[in-house]
Design a protein around this ligand. Structure first.
Ligand code: ADP
Length: 179
């Protein structure tokens, strides 16, 4: 399951799959504030990258909600991991602002480090409880706005872990592309 479209000069791709095997230059980790392995996508990335990733993460000084930090990819195919901490869903107006900051700051960090291709998981929609439909609109609107102004990024790949999530993201993207 996959879909590809052009945004400005860049490609935006949606796929159903596992982020730990992606061949983009960077993969984004939906991390916790301590940048410790934890569960969900973070546990999977740390398992695949090896203990050296945790060793490096311990030197990064943690990460605030909406912020992004860079590490090497260690045993992953991806050369880098961008760690960002999504909001724990509360229903307040800071949720979409914090989620937008995660995508934006991750892409800015990629751009500043000359990283041209980035894979994202669906930040905050697992353990942090953000409804997937709402989160997909924030994620895709932020990514498309960014790509329109940043042709230096060649590819952004949204990697959805289930076919259900893929369908929700695809419907949101169709709507954004029509507007
Ligand atoms: P958060 O704490 O930000 O909610 P989670 O890791 O709990 O982060 O979940 C974020 C999303 O990542 C969920 O949609 C979950 O299904 C998905 N996910 C879990 N493992 C993987 C993986 N290996 N590849 C891609 N997505 C994954």
């Amino acid at each position: 399951m996959s879909f590809k479209c052009k945004i400005g000069n860049s490609i935006l791709e949606l796929i159903a799959g596992d982020i730990t095997v992606q061949d983009t230059e960077a993969v984004v980790n939906a991390a916790n504030k301590a940048l410790s392995p934890g569960g969900g996508v973070s546990g999977a990335i740390h398992r695949a990258a090896g203990l050296e990733l945790w060793d490096e993460c311990r030197t990064l000084g943690g990460c605030r909600t909406g912020e992004a930090k860079l590490s090497r990819g260690h045993n992953l195919k991806a050369k880098y991991v961008i760690h960002t901490v999504g909001p724990v869903y509360s229903g307040s107006k800071s949720d979409p602002e914090d989620l937008r900051d995660c995508y934006k700051n991750s892409l800015l960090l990629a751009s500043r480090n000359k990283i041209k291709s980035v894979s994202f998981p669906s930040i905050s929609t697992g353990i942090f409880g953000y409804p997937v439909n709402e989160a997909s609109r924030v994620a895709l609107k932020t990514i498309t706005n960014f790509l329109e102004e940043h042709p230096e990024i060649d590819l952004v790949r949204m990697v959805l872990f289930t076919e259900g999530d893929y369908g929700i993201y695809k419907a949101s993207l169709d709507k954004i592309l029509k507007d």
